[in-house]
Each structure stands twice: as structure tokens, then as C-alpha cells.
Design a protein around this ligand. Structure first.
Ligand SMILES: *[C@@H]1O[C@H](CO)[C@@H](O)[C@H](O)[C@H]1NC(C)=O
Ligand SMILES: *[C@@H]1O[C@H](CO)[C@@H](O)[C@H](O)[C@H]1NC(C)=O
Ligand SMILES: *[C@@H]1O[C@H](CO)[C@@H](O)[C@H](O)[C@H]1NC(C)=O
Ligand SMILES: *[C@@H]1O[C@H](CO)[C@@H](O)[C@H](O)[C@H]1NC(C)=O
Ligand SMILES: *[C@@H]1O[C@H](CO)[C@@H](O)[C@H](O)[C@H]1NC(C)=O
Ligand SMILES: *[C@@H]1O[C@H](CO)[C@@H](O)[C@H](O)[C@H]1NC(C)=O
Length: 719
């Protein structure tokens, strides 16, 4: 059989080209500015995704449209072929084109280029080469205009030459393909002279699911040049990601292998016998193209089937992720070049991943079955069915390797970890995106990034950067509680950590320590000096004899730490709160002269209760003289009236306080589980602390820093 016949026979996919159903993955290209153009083209244009580059799945790229062409660009640039085709490196154009120097720094450019040229004189350059030139010129996106009114998927060049390989691995911008009519419309807008801004939108590319289902279509053949290398590299790098996503049940993954079929006419030919298994039922092209030498297609199909069986057994054992381990190890240890590709090596690899005996060699060989048995294999039939896709759901046929299908839709773009991960992450339903997705390419919240800087600099508590696929959002950071008001506006309330953490953080609770509530956090202040310990804080003091004993030391210095701590915890200014006060001790009365307080005993200290400060009558004086003077009666009556009044006032205060406390607790209860004793104790001890401070939106500070119940009640009205 001549060599050319191999190509003829083996290139038949399961359904044959005539019945093939190819889906061109399309997305929206919209004009953003100028306004009249936006209105005119409000529906946007279709753009077909390229099979290389880095589409921003789930996001959009907005930028200024440029078309480097003598007719449209202000300065005249010459390239060969004309610059509009982007076949020549723009740095070598005359004069050179560098968009990074063209306009405002930070401006994003999207470049329009033409397909071709398909004149006979000059040969057209490859899509990937155009896009590489566009990227090198400083544009962030490429739009290739077709020379006819049809769309197609721009493929990566499949030749093995060094140059195209370099383009492919180094292209980091997205590329899309538009029809000639779309290109004419866009060029028309540019001719108008005004700056044209467009948005390439990939937000609705994939159906959104709670759990993303994705398929990886591959082949165990390792002699297919750069495609095989890219595939091997991708598997190796993607394993940890795939495993993590599977282990958390975020994704359901399924490997698939493309199956070729042998036309019935050739079933008994050598060509099919050499490239197919199970009596020419399932085939794969000969890896080296020589039917009589080296590995044959049937070796490849057999290994594909084995890898599918590994996946089946592993899935049945609840360890589907081991498939990744198998294929990585197989790729490393059983390659065609060294001649180790085949069953023997495969079984060794299987043993290594089956070290803890969740399956057996017998189970694997039973699943694979006899290479030449005249019977269909359910797993291979399932591959044939799956690769046809499903017209009803828009699931395209798989016809190139490697292919990834995410939620039934084919992934278009570079076969690289960051790009594929971004696409998988774009497949999650709103609110269901795993946090691990924030690790996806160019994380806008990465430390030092714009999002990170914008959010951390905010004064309204929205200090945490959340990566969204359209960019980033700032939300309430650590130490703040989100609060949404009736208008749906979210504000962040400062959490007063001192009211709870002060009991937990030992650095804040030592006898001479305090907790300072700061916006979004707290700090412990340690070693607060005891000013009464040295020189009585400059207050009056005296050693006085009380009766016959040794002299007793009396001082007017009073430590004010409790009041200071309370003020700090409540976020009150402490500048006016002294660490000590000069207050005469019990049994003394204060006499102030020229700002200096001196204390004198009220009575003979022997007859004074030094704690309560109450003087008793001198027993030696014979007690009461009998009878109570009229003045005394009046004083007693006044005293009783005053005491009753004070008691009534205190009761009133207590009641107000308890009502206030209930309100505060009601507010707090919306945000956290309250520990009854804790909160009560603290609120009572501090006379009511403000656990929450309302923060205003915008760049302002808090609404007053005052604590106290009154303030909390005040802000609760707005809550
Ligand atoms: C390029 O080729 C296509 C078909 O091969 C043809 O329809 C089209 O007119 C050609 N375009 C140019 C600019 O020659
Ligand atoms: C392309 O990327 C490779 C590494 O992947 C690098 O070595 C090479 O210099 C890059 N080529 C260009 C033209 O930037
Ligand atoms: C994932 O799902 C399986 C079966 O549905 C379950 O046994 C397993 O516990 C789940 N794992 C996690 C992390 O939720
Ligand atoms: C195939 O391999 C054999 C043995 O190495 C060799 O003799 C033959 O020329 C090869 N055929 C082709 C078409 O390369
Ligand atoms: C980002 O913030 C905007 C405005 O607050 C909101 O409409 C949008 O839903 C947020 N996006 C995400 C992913 O949270
Ligand atoms: C407490 O923190 C505030 C900042 O929130 C600061 O201005 C104040 O000086 C701190 N107080 C003390 C005593 O450190």
C-alpha cells in the first residue's frame, strides 16, 4: 500500500468530513465610543475566537481601535506587504510603529489587521504571525478582518518550524476574527477621524454551572511534534490545578481520546490492520507514517483505551484524579523515542499509582480486553459518540487535538495553565466561583497590582480587593462588617475588636495594658506607667499617726487607668484623660490653693473609717447629748428627700441604659452571635461601648469617633 493511502484512509474521523458539524465559537465585539457609532452598532458584531492567544474568558477587553494603514493612521507607515496585513514586524516599518509611545501612557490599543494578502505575488502570512506582530507593537488585542463575509476559527500553524512555535508560546493577547463587512464598518468609523473604542467581550461565552464540567481531548501518541510537546507540557503544569478543583468537587473532569475509523471498504487492508484495533473498529494514524516500521496506530489506540480504563477504574474507586498521575508518569517513562512505549511500561506505571491497591492489574487488563477481538468496546463507542458533539446543545465536534470542552463548549485559546484556568473559572455560576480562581492569570488583586493598591488605600473600610473576571471590586476588609442599607448601598461598619479581643489577646489584658480600637483593627498598648508609684504623681501626701500605731502613709494620687482604658476601647480621644488624678483619700477634705490640693483630716483619724470615710462620734465624749435639735431634723428630712431623688434618678438612668443596651444588642445580633455574659459584662462595665462605628461611604472618616451608648443609638437609626 503506497504511503499516500495512509493519509487517505486515516484522516477519516468518526462521522467523516461531509457530515461534520463545526461550531465556530463566537463572541461579541462592541463599539463603545464615539456615542453615535455605539448607537448605530448597538447589537455589536460577531467575532470568531482564535485557537491560540489568550481570550479573556469571563471578562472583556476595552481599548482604542487602531488600523495601521496609510489611509487611516495619522502618520504614514510603510511595510511590505502593507502594514494593514501585519506581516512585517512593526519595529522594522518605516517609520517604526510602537503603540506604547503613540498616545497616553496606559492607553489600551486593539489593532485591526487584514487577513492575507492572498494575491499570487506575495504569500499570505500566518494568523499567529500577525497576532505576534500586533502584540510586539504594543497592542493588547488583535482583530483580524477576513477578505470575505464568512467566519472561521483561526488555527495555530501546525507546522513544526521554530518561528511559529515561538509565536504560539509567546502570544499573550487575545485574537478574534471578523467578517469583511464588520471590518469595513470599523474602518469606516476610523476614517471619520474620531477616536474609536471597542470592547471585545467574552463574558457569556460559556454556559454557567454550579459545578463546571470539563473534558480534555488528547491522544497518547507522543510523536506529533510541537502539538504533542505543548500537550505534554500542559498536562504536567495543569495537574495540580485539576486535582485541586476536582478534590473540592468544584469541577467534574473527564478525559477523552479521539478515535479514527476505517472506511468499510478498507477493513481488511494492511493499512487498517496496522492502524486499528478490534477488527478495524477503532483507529489512530500511524505515529511515524511508516506502516512497516516503528510504532503503529494500533499501539496508540490500545494505549488510549488503557488510559481510558485507568480513568474508569480510578473513578469507580473514587480517585478519578489518579488519571493525571498515570498520564504524567506514562509520558515521562514510556516514550516512543526510547522504545519503551507499550503495555509493559504502562503496567509498571499503573502499579506505581496503584501502590495502595485500590485496583489491580487484572482489573485493568480485563477492562482493556483483547486487542484483536471481534467485538465493540463500550468505552471506545462512548468516545465516538462524544466526539461528534451534540447539535442540540451547540456542542461542537472535536476535530483537533488537543481540545478542551468546558460546560459543553469548546475552549479556544492557548493550551496553557493560566488561560485554561481562566476559562474554567468563567464557567461557574455567579457567586459560585471558587476562591482558587482568583489565582487565575493577571490577578487584579495581586499584591502591588492596581486593584490591591486602590482597595487598600480606601478610607471607607472597603479595603479588600476581590478579583472578578471583569476586573476587581473593593469590599469590606478585615475588621469591618458589611452593612447594606434600605437603598441597597453597602457600607462597612468598623468592628470594635477591643470589646471582644481585649479578653483574648494577652498583650492587651495585662494589668497595665490597654486595647486601642483603630479603624479596621486594634492595637495593644503595653507598659502604661503607674504615675502614682513615683513621687505620688506630684500630689499631696503625708505620713500621719493614727492612734498609737506607726505612721500611715496617705496620698491624694489616684490611678486613672480604668477610665483611660475605657476611653481607648471606645475610640475616644485620650489626650484629655490623665493617667492619675489628685483626689483626697477618704476621711480627708480637700483645700485647694493656687492649684495645689492639700488634704486635711475631717476628724480625728482614729474615729474615721479609712475606707468609707465616715467619722464616728468620739466614744470618750459620752455620745449623744440627748434630744435632736430642730436643725438636725430639717437636715435629716432634706437628706432623705435628696436620697429618694437620687435613687429615682438612678433608676431612671438604669432603665434608659437597659433600653439602649437592648438596642445595641439588637444591632450587634445582626452581625454576630453574642455571648450573653461577655457582651453584657462589657457593655455594662464600659457604661456601654460602641462596638460598631458607622463608616461613611466615600473618602470620609467615621461619623464621629465617639463611643458611648448615645452614639450607638444614634447610628442605629441610620442602619
Ligand atoms: C482572496 O481569496 C478569496 C477566495 O480564495 C477570494 O474570494 C477573495 O476575493 C480574495 N481576496 C483578495 C483580496 O484577493
Ligand atoms: C518567546 O518565549 C521564549 C520562552 O518561552 C523566550 O525564550 C523567547 O525569547 C521568546 N521570544 C521572543 C521573540 O520574545
Ligand atoms: C465530593 O463528592 C463526593 C461524592 O459526591 C463526596 O463523597 C465527597 O465528600 C465530596 N468532597 C467534598 C470535598 O465535598
Ligand atoms: C519504512 O521503514 C522501513 C524499515 O525501516 C524502510 O525500509 C522503509 O523504506 C520505510 N518506508 C517509508 C515509506 O519510509
Ligand atoms: C462589583 O461591584 C459592583 C458595584 O458595587 C456590583 O454591581 C457587582 O455585582 C460586583 N461584582 C461582583 C463580582 O461582586
Ligand atoms: C489609638 O488609635 C488611634 C488611631 O485609630 C490613634 O490616633 C491614637 O493615638 C491611639 N491612641 C493611643 C493612646 O495610642
Amino acid at each position: 500500500m503506497p504511503h499516500s493511502a495512509i493519509a487517505l484512509v486515516t484522516l477519516l474521523l468518526s462521522v467523516g468530513w461531509a457530515g461534520a458539524h463545526f461550531v465556530i465559537e463566537e463572541s461579541a465585539l462592541k463599539v463603545v465610543l464615539p456615542p453615535e457609532a455605539k448607537t448605530k452598532y448597538f447589537k455589536g458584531f460577531d467575532m470568531a475566537l482564535a485557537n491560540f492567544g489568550a481570550p479573556r474568558y469571563g471578562g472583556a477587553l476595552r481599548g482604542r481601535l487602531v488600523y495601521i494603514d496609510a489611509q487611516h493612521y495619522t502618520s504614514q507607515h510603510t511595510c511590505s506587504p502593507p502594514c494593514g496585513y501585519a506581516c512585517q514586524d512593526f519595529a522594522s516599518a518605516t517609520p517604526p510603529v510602537d503603540l506604547r509611545l503613540a498616545g497616553d501612557p496606559g492607553e489600551t490599543y486593539i489593532m485591526l489587521v487584514d487577513r492575507g494578502p492572498n494575491t499570487t505575488a506575495t504569500t499570505a502570512c500566518k494568523f499567529a504571525e500577525k497576532v505576534w506582530n500586533v502584540q510586539s507593537a504594543g497592542a493588547r488585542g488583535a482583530i483580524v478582518v477576513n477578505y470575505e463575509d464568512a467566519l472561521t476559527t483561526m488555527e495555530a500553524p501546525d507546522d513544526d518550524d521554530e518561528a511559529s512555535h515561538r509565536f504560539l508560546t509567546n502570544i499573550t493577547i487575545p485574537a478574534a476574527f471578523v467578517t469583511r463587512a464588520t471590518g469595513e464598518a470599523l474602518k469606516g468609523l476610523l476614517k471619520g477621524g474620531a477616536a474609536v473604542y471597542v470592547s471585545m467581550d467574552w463574558t457569556d461565552l460559556l454556559p454557567k454551572k454550579q459545578q463546571v464540567h470539563w473534558e480534555f481531548w488528547t491522544n497518547s501518541n507522543d510523536q506529533c511534534g510541537s502539538i504533542c510537546d505543548v500537550q505534554k507540557q500542559f498536562i504536567k503544569q495543569f495537574v495540580p490545578v485539576a486535582k485541586e478543583f476536582d478534590a473540592h468537587n468544584w469541577t467534574v473532569f473527564e478525559p477523552h481520546y479521539i478515535v479514527w475509523v476505517c472506511p468499510s471498504l478498507y477493513r481488511s487492508s494492511d493499512v487498517c490492520r496496522s492502524q486499528c484495533i478490534r477488527q478495524s473498529r477503532y483507529c489512530s494514524p500511524d505515529p511515524d507514517g511508516n506502516l512497516t516500521a516503528g510504532y503503529s496506530g494500533r499501539d496508540v489506540v490500545q494505549e488510549n483505551l488503557r488510559q481510558l480504563c485507568v480513568f474508569k477504574l480510578a473513578s469507580d474507586a473514587g480517585r478519578a484524579h489518579l488519571w493525571w498521575d498515570y498520564v504524567t508518569a506514562f509520558g515521562e517513562r514510556c516514550d516512543m523515542q526510547s522504545g519503551s512505549y507499550g503495555e509493559q511500561c504502562a503496567l509498571k506505571v499503573f502499579d506505581s499509582i496503584n501502590a495502595d491497591r485500590w485496583s489491580s492489574r487484572q482489573a485493568l487488563t480485563a477492562c482493556v480486553g483483547q486487542q484483536d477481538s471481534d467485538a465493540p468496546h463500550p468505552i471506545m463507542d462512548a468516545q465516538l459518540a462524544a466526539q461528534k458533539g451534540d447539535d442540540a446543545t451547540g456542542e461542537g465536534e472535536v476535530w483537533i487535538l488537543p481540545t478542551i470542552r468546558i460546560n459543553g463548549i469548546q475552549y479556544r485559546g492557548k493550551m496553557a495553565t493560566a488561560e485554561v484556568l481562566r476559562a474554567i473559572c468563567a464557567g461557574f455560576a455567579a457567586g459560585n466561583t471558587p476562591e482558587a480562581c482568583s489565582k487565575a492569570v493577571d490577578d487584579p488583586c495581586m499584591q502591588g497590582s492596581k486593584g490591591y493598591q486602590d482597595c487598600t488605600a480606601r478610607l471607607d473600610g472597603k479595603t479588600q480587593c476581590i478579583a472578578t473576571f471583569a476586573g476587581y471590586n473593593c469590599t469590606c476588609g478585615k475588621g469591618y462588617l458589611p452593612h447594606v442599607d434600605a437603598q441597597g448601598v453597602e457600607t462597612c461598619l468598623d468592628l470594635n475588636e477591643c470589646l471582644s479581643v481585649s479578653q483574648l489577646d494577652p498583650k492587651c489584658t495585662c494589668p497595665r495594658c490597654a486595647c486601642n480600637n483603630t479603624r479596621g483593627g486594634y492595637e495593644c498598648i503595653t507598659d502604661i506607667p503607674d504615675e502614682c508609684a513615683s513621687g505620688y504623681g506630684g500630689c499631696w501626701h503625708a505620713d500621719l499617726k493614727v492612734g498609737a500605731g506607726p505612721p500611715v502613709s496617705f496620698s491624694a494620687c489616684k490611678d486613672n487607668l480604668p477610665a483611660y482604658k475605657r476611653a481607648l476601647a471606645r475610640g475616644l480621644p485620650t489626650a484629655d484623660i490623665p493617667l492619675h488624678t489628685c483626689t483626697c483619700p477618704p476621711c480627708f477634705t480637700a483645700v485647694e490653693s493656687r492649684g495645689v490640693i492639700t488634704c486635711t483630716p475631717k476628724c480625728d483619724l482614729r474615729y474615721c473609717d479609712l475606707e468609707a470615710g465616715v467619722c464616728h462620734a468620739d466614744p470618750s465624749s459620752g455620745g449623744s447629748k440627748g434630744g435632736v435639735g430642730a436643725l438636725s431634723v430639717v437636715l435629716i428630712v432634706l437628706g432623705v428627700v435628696a436620697a429618694l431623688g437620687a435613687a429615682g434618678y438612678a433608676a431612671y438612668q438604669l432603665r434608659i441604659r437597659s433600653i439602649m443596651q437592648q438596642e445595641v444588642r439588637a444591632i450587634l445580633a445582626q452581625y454576630m452571635r453574642l455571648d450573653d455574659t461577655d457582651a453584657d459584662g462589657e457593655l455594662a462595665a464600659g457604661g456601654g461601648g460602641s462596638r460598631l462605628k458607622q463608616m461613611t461611604g466615600g473618602g470620609g472618616g467615621g461619623i464621629g469617633s465617639g463611643g458611648g451608648l448615645g452614639d450607638v443609638g444614634g447610628s442605629s437609626n441610620g442602619v
